[in-house]
Design a protein around this ligand. Structure first.
Ligand code: AMP
Length: 311
């Protein structure tokens, strides 16, 4: 049997305190941020190196479970000032968050510094942060095998030129359908994906919340459903957890064939479904490999059918 050694995944993203209201309750100042959700998810598959910044008000002991899971926190800067905070609300449409407040805090002056021992990571994920910072990260790393990025409406509105510049430097982008339409000014998602691919990325992953996700490649389109949960508790972090499962799985196998990437999309979908079962990253930290494998099987069953039509 061949034993695969997973490649390291470098992630640069927000490490936040989130306050979230959903129809099922609210949570204040809980662990959040794109970097945190991504790491919680990807660490089930590969060693993760997290780069970000927290202020002196951050409950760093709450990050210990991540360190226990093998997330290397050497690149987490402790700055003077207040931590990044995001306040959001979900109404009955759990697919889209309404941002009530974004407090950048120590993020305003953050310049990512990639520790020497992280610079050769074969897989790099530029999680949702200011595109100018995402570009600064790419200046510091040594020829990764795969560079992927994420973004959101906040940056599409405020940093569009830098975001379009970033597209020229990444292999893959993940974004949700609303963000894809906003970025490309195309309503049709196939056209939106093509618009993005013309600017750089070979792969475009468009997530549609409870309606699944598309992966566009230069020669194909793949679709994976979301797992139909009976109750969604808090959708925050689903996108980053999806990306963590997707990239983490690719780093674990080292296989970038289309077959493997399709499986990675389903792993991403499974991880997104776990993220929303509890507030913050609580559920992601308690699941086991067996839980993940079972959910991937359930998703496969959802779309398994015999495509041969009877005469
Ligand atoms: P998602 O996976 O898309 O639900 O991402 C949710 C996470 O994104 C939350 O934990 C927030 O802390 C974080 N977030 C929200 N707004 C921003 C922003 N403008 N920049 C970076 N991270 C953000």
């Amino acid at each position: 049997m061949t034993v695969l050694t997973p490649s390291a995944v470098l992630v640069v993203g927000s490490v936040a305190l989130d306050s979230v209201e959903t129809p099922f309750g609210r949570a204040d100042d809980v662990l959040g941020g794109s970097g945190t959700f991504f790491s919680s998810s990807a660490s089930h598959f590969a060693p993760v190196q997290l780069v970000g910044v927290v202020g002196d008000d951050y409950p760093v002991d709450k990050l210990q479970p991540l360190a226990d899971r093998g997330v290397d926190l050497a690149g987490l800067e402790h700055a003077t000032g207040t931590s990044f905070r995001w306040r959001g609300r979900y109404r009955h449409d759990l697919n889209s968050a309404e941002t009530l407040e974004t407090h950048l805090g120590v993020f305003s002056n953050f310049r990512p510094k990639i520790p020497e021992q992280f610079k050769n990571a074969p897989f790099v994920f530029l999680a949702n942060i200011d595109p100018r910072l995402q570009l600064q990260v790419l200046e510091q790393v040594n020829k990764p095998r795969l560079v992927a990025c994420d973004t959101m409406n906040f940056w599409i509105e405020s940093r569009r030129p830098e975001l379009v510049e970033l597209l020229g430097h990444v292999d893959l982008i993940t974004l949700n359908d609303g963000e894809a339409r906003q970025l490309t000014e195309r309503n049709n998602l196939v056209q939106a994906a093509r618009w993005i691919m013309e600017r750089g990325p070979r792969y475009v992953l468009i997530k549609k919340g409870e309606h699944g996700a598309f992966m566009f490649t230069p020669s194909s389109i793949f679709f994976a459903p979301a797992f139909p949960l009976e109750s969604v508790f808090d959708p925050t972090g689903a996108g980053d957890s999806f990306a963590g499962g997707f990239i983490g799985y690719l780093a674990a196998t080292g296989d970038l064939s289309e077959r493997s990437m399709r499986r990675a999309v389903v792993v991403g979908s499974a991880m997104g479904s776990f993220a929303v079962e509890k507030f913050s990253n609580a559920r992601l930290l308690e699941i086991t490999r067996a839980d993940i494998e079972a959910r991937v099987q359930e998703i496969a069953q959802l779309v398994a059918f015999d495509a041969k039509l009877e005469e």
